[in-house]
Design a binder for this molecule. Structure first.
Ligand code: NAD
Length: 498
């Protein structure tokens, strides 16, 4: 593994283990309060590949205190937006130069195929960062309005305060950037808690922030588990929580923030549907679903894991999908030709295997894949990419997020029925429709209740809001709306010319 930029003693790389001995608190590398460490185990080789300190509540207290002090002194939060944009632009430049190394770090720590990491794990966050810089450059930070009672009102957009950013392991840089970029540009201070599975990429970025000249106190990164994460959420010094993760954890965090009247944004789970209409070009659709349904080894919140096919073309769709899934190359994520790597952890492998067994118990039919090790892979947390046919939308494999390379093909009667099934879900994160008729495609796009939707593709765009309906979340990331999540509004009435 390539050695990241170091700062003092931090990090140290011996043999193939990337080791950080300190935490990044208040913009400085500091010794952790406790002695516990996080071991990062390769999902492919099951060997130790990294180690970092495990943050404690005392580390979080220290990080929040640093963030609070910097925020309250106003040197960053009240600086002209152009000053922050200049520093964040420098960070973007440095990030660009290091993002392929960072892609390697992510593949090593959580097993996403390197082809995916070199596209979505770090270049996409870099594009997102640039998009946010563009939005901030055009943003009306202060607006004068002719008043109704007073002659004039000044409407100011001000930083929301100290942000607690809680990040999952599946797309760690992507999720971090969706919070870090708008927080920095708006003048917030931020304490980032990466997931214990992926602390290495998070600490790697700290050196880049230092090099860009982000002032001390503005950013802290403290890898830790749930309890310490919850301590951060509850901390009275935190003004806003930005959480991405499971719906179960999101509900808990929302309840705490509700009680404390803290600002909160939540990006949660999904069980998105891809609707294949009868006139769709099946070859192109299946190729599109290779990414939309199975990206990142199926560990994507937006994965289109319910495939809706009409009864007329059902068998044909199942055959085409099974041929595609059965032909996927499963193996070492560091190999550029790998399409499906291992799952992040053994418990995730067990979870996916349980769902595969459950689907069979529920009466669905495994057409390709199923439980058992993929051929030639004795070690690693691999599962076989699996297609289920004969699935009813009431089955648990159609309702619950599996978070692995498992797709369920569900039959529908007509387009109305397809929309009904797509909407018959606790979630509402994403979706797609595949058709030769753009009019029909757009009509269905309007009728499905989901935060992002694709016609003959699935992608999100960094200039447009991203987020979930229903149990998929609260609030939006990306674009102007994503920046506004980090801003409070203040109206000032003063004599004209003040
Ligand atoms: P998770 O909810 O178990 O953990 C996510 C993060 O939250 C981790 O850092 C974890 O340590 C922390 N955490 C968990 N409980 C907490 C609590 N009570 N207080 C504070 N912190 C807590 O989720 P995961 O298994 O790491 O990630 C997978 C989930 O994330 C999936 O459900 C997926 O759909 C979702 N996800 C959503 C999006 C989105 O944008 N909507 C993006 C990526 C992942």
């Amino acid at each position: 593994m390539t050695r990241p930029l170091s700062s003092g003693e931090n990090p140290r790389e011996e043999s193939d283990v990337l080791e950080y001995q300190q935490l990044f608190i208040g913009g400085e590398w500091v010794d952790p309060a406790g002695k516990a460490t996080i071991d990062v185990i390769s999902p492919h080789s099951e060997e130790l590949v990294g180690r970092t300190p495990e943050g404690t509540t005392a580390d979080m207290d220290r990080a929040v205190a640093a963030a609070r002090a910097t925020f309250d002194d106003g040197s960053w939060s009240l600086a002209p937006p152009a000053d922050r944009i200049a520093i964040v632009s420098k960070f973007a430049e440095i990030y660009a130069a290091r993002m392929m190394e960072l892609a390697d770090v992510i593949t090593t720590e959580m097993g996403s195929p390197i082809s995916f990491s070199q596209l979505a794990q770090t270049p996409a966050p870099w594009l997102m960062l640039n998009s946010f810089i563009g939005v901030a450059s055009e943003f009306p930070w202060e607006e004068k309005r002719a008043g109704t009672l007073a002659p004039e009102v000044l409407v100011r957009h001000e930083a929301v305060g100290v942000v607690a950013a809680i990040v999952p392991w599946n797309v760690p840089q992507f999720v971090t950037m969706a919070k870090l970029a708008p927080a920095l540009l708006s003048g917030c201070s931020i304490v980032i808690k990466p997931a214990p599975e992926t602390p290495l990429d998070a600490l790697f970025v700290c050196a880049l922030l230092e090099e860009a000249g982000v002032p001390k106190g503005v950013v802290s990164v403290v890898p830790a588990g749930r309890e310490v994460g919850e301590h951060l959420v509850r901390h009275p010094g935190v003004d806003k929580v930005a959480f991405t993760g499971s719906t179960a954890a999101g509900r808990k965090i929302a309840a705490i923030c509700g009680e404390q009247l803290k600002r909160v944004s939540l990006e949660l789970g999904g069980k998105s549907a891809a609707i294949i209409l009868d006139d769709a070009d099946l070859g192109a659709t299946v190729e599109g679903l290779k990414f939309a349904s199975l990206m990142n080894n199926g560990q994507a919140c937006v994965a289109q894991t319910r495939i809706l096919a009409s009864k007329k073309r059902y068998d044909e769709v199942v055959d085409a999908l099974s041929t595609m899934v059965g032909g996927l190359k499963v193996g070492d994520p560091a190999d550029a030709t790998t399409e499906i790597g291992p799952l992040v952890a053994e418990r995730q492998q067990e979870r996916v295997e349980k769902y595969i067994a459950l689907g069979q118990e529920e009466g669905a039919r495994v057409v390709v894949g199923g439980n058992g090790r993929p051929e030639g892979l004795e070690k690693g947390w691999y599962v076989r990419p699996t297609v289920f046919a004969g699935v009813d939308n009431s089955m648990r494999i159609a309702r619950e997020e599996i978070f692995g390379p498992v797709i369920a093909v569900i039959p529908y009667d007509d387009e109305r029925d397809a929309v009904r099934i797509a909407n018959d879900s606790e979630y509402g994160l994403a979706g797609s429709v595949w058709t030769a008729d753009m009019g029909k495609g757009m009509d269905i796009a309007r009728r499905v209740r989901a935060g992002t939707f694709g016609v003959n593709q699935y992608t999100m765009d960094f200039i447009a809001p991203f987020g979930g309906y229903k149990a998929s979340g609260i609030g939006r990331e990306f674009g102007r709306e994503g920046l506004e999540e980090y801003l409070e509004l203040k109206s000032i009435v003063a004599p004209p010319g003040a």
